[in-house]
Write a protein that binds this ligand. Structure first.
Ligand code: NAD
Length: 508
């Protein structure tokens, strides 16, 4: 269908921006899989799924690339990522425009996503000179013991629609400096951002000069294409980002063949607003974390525990912010909440709101905002709940914030932890004891625990990921690079005798 008259055509814009980015038209036209922009509901491209035989061939080619790339010194591998970072800087606005058209992010957030790619490239360039292991004291005279980190092999990357490019880059920038080629299966909802990213990457490859063929490849399709990547014996690591249901399917398949799994799955993130909190700061932190990206971040704030002494004032102010937040075309300045990704997402949100009402929840918001038949915009919903019922404990990937009262901090932390997911969490407090308790061993059980900032919007410098049903993986900064390499322990004897460890005697 056509876009409503007052909305610029996403299809026309997509064609122009893909052209500027140098994406071969044959890749996004004439195929059987329609790509719909959530912005206008138009079909903006028709892509081709990668046949399963071609998936296998792509992995074989990547494996051949691995045999050459592992011999290239890591700082030289870093040079490729430095060039890629330069190309991303040049393409930033165009690539962000594709993110907006395909994932529906407001322009500022789409630019932020590409900036995140640039940031991780910078990080990876530095890392390419710091892939070091330990030297370890040995119990034997004239011996030396150390560990060496070696490239692992082809890394499979499966990504979700909501971070269509940054998540790939968290993985690939690190994997490539670690010596590993990458094969990327993006979400079937966002193939264009992947094709556009590949075009930008190929510009860096051309400047680099002598990289092996197939160092980074994109394969398109749905679950079956993902499964082909997951099951291939020449892929020793699969980094998979998406729903917990996807992780439940992928994890055991990888375990079956003893491959590594790096799982980044669903979240159900909470914040605690304590009596001493700076309430203006907390209000802004909550508003961004709960309504940003139309509630479609893995780290989106979904559960809010407010101390009973400040509940009425704080929740009243929050409801006012919900009532006035601008919802609309994410390309327009001033809009803060763009569309949901598709009809299924809208239906899922309505179902959860019905469940919340049935459980005694008081709902404000959640109505559809008409922007075209196939475009699904909603007003973000804030729901006061009598307690943490089943609907609150599951992740609904839409802008619903469940709000609950608490009396003491131990109770609030117990509630925050009492869900199957364990991605991100935060507390707003100026009480040092509460802040320290929250980030202590008996505090938040999440992979991310923040104080006086919301649970979303992580920087690349820290390791990113979560516990429990979030999957346990860690990506991005800190020492997350170790997942992309294999560790060898080396013991060297420079003496003239052969002492055995643990004093064992074996004379022949
Ligand atoms: P999804 O699970 O529907 O799809 C994610 C990817 O997995 C897609 O590429 C899909 O094709 C693929 N896939 C699905 N089933 C598969 C299978 N059996 N084998 C191989 N591949 C398979 O998720 P989505 O709707 O695109 O994204 C939203 C979800 O992702 C939310 O739950 C969100 O919390 C989560 N997410 C998590 C993180 C994180 O870092 N923890 C980041 C972003 C999104």
């Amino acid at each position: 269908m056509n876009a409503p008259a007052n909305i610029a055509s996403a299809k026309t814009e997509a064609a122009a921006v893909l052209g500027r980015l140098g994406v071969d038209r044959a890749l996004w036209t004439g195929g059987p899989r329609a790509v719909r922009s959530p912005v206008t509901g138009e079909i903006i491209a028709d892509v081709h799924d990668t046949p399963l035989a071609a998936v296998a061939q792509t992995i074989e080619t990547a494996h051949e690339a691995f045999r050459a790339w592992r011999n290239v010194p890591a700082p030289r591998r870093g040079e490729l990522i430095r060039l890629f970072g330069e190309e991303l800087r040049a393409a930033k606005a165009d690539l962000a425009a594709v993110v907006t058209l395909e994932a529906g992010k407001i322009t500022s957030e789409a630019l932020g996503e590409v900036q995140e790619m640039i940031d991780i490239c910078d990080f990876a360039v530095g890392l390419s000179r710091q892939l070091y292991g330990l030297t370890i004291a040995t119990e034997r005279p004239d011996h030396r013991m150390m560990e060496t980190w070696h490239p692992l092999g082809v890394v499979g990357i499966i990504s979700a629609f909501n971070f269509p490019v940054a998540v790939w880059c968290w993985n690939s920038a690190l994997a490539l400096v670690c010596g590993d080629p990458c094969v990327w299966k993006p979400s079937e909802k966002t193939p264009l951002t992947a094709l556009a990213t590949q075009a930008v990457f190929e510009r860096a490859l051309a400047r680099f000069g002598d990289a092996p063929k197939g160092l980074s490849a994109v394969i398109l399709g749905g679950r079956e294409v993902g499964e082909a990547l997951v099951d291939h014996p020449k892929v020793p690591l699969v980094s998979a980002t998406g729903s917990t249901a996807m992780g439940r399917a992928v994890g055991p398949r990888l375990a079956q063949r003893f491959a590594r799994a790096l799982l980044e799955l669903g979240g159900n993130n909470a914040a605690i607003i304590a009596p001493t909190a700076d309430l203006d700061l907390a209000l802004r932190g909550v508003a961004f974390a709960a309504m940003g990206t139309a509630g479609q971040r893995c780290t989106t704030l979904r559960r809010l525990f407010v101390h009973e002494s400040i509940y009425d004032g704080f929740v009243g102010a929050l409801k006012a912010a919900y009532a006035s937040v601008p919802v609309g075309d994410p390309r327009q300045a001033g809009v803060l909440v763009g569309p949901l990704i598709d009809a299924a997402s809208f239906d899922g949100m309505q179902k959860s709101l019905a469940d919340a009402r049935a459980a005694g929840g008081q709902v404000q918001g959640g109505e559809r905002v008409e922007m075209g038949e196939e475009a699904f915009y909603v007003r973000p919903a804030i729901v006061e709940m009598p307690g943490q019922t089943d609907v609150v404990k599951r992740e609904t990937f839409a802008p619903i914030l469940y709000v609950m009262k608490y009396r003491d901090i131990e109770e609030a932390i117990a509630l925050q932890n009492d869900v199957p997911q364990g991605l991100s969490s935060s507390i707003f407090t100026n009480d040092m004891r509460e802040a320290e308790l929250f980030i202590s061993a008996r505090g938040s059980d999440c992979g991310i625990a923040n104080v006086n900032i919301g649970p979303s919007g992580a920087e690349i410098g820290g390791a990113f990921g979560g516990e429990k049903e979030t999957g346990g993986g860690r990506e991005s900064g800190s020492d997350a690079w170790k997942a992309y390499m294999r560790r060898a322990t080396n013991t060297l004897n420079y003496g003239k005798t052969l002492p055995l460890a643990q004093g064992v005697s074996f004379e022949i």
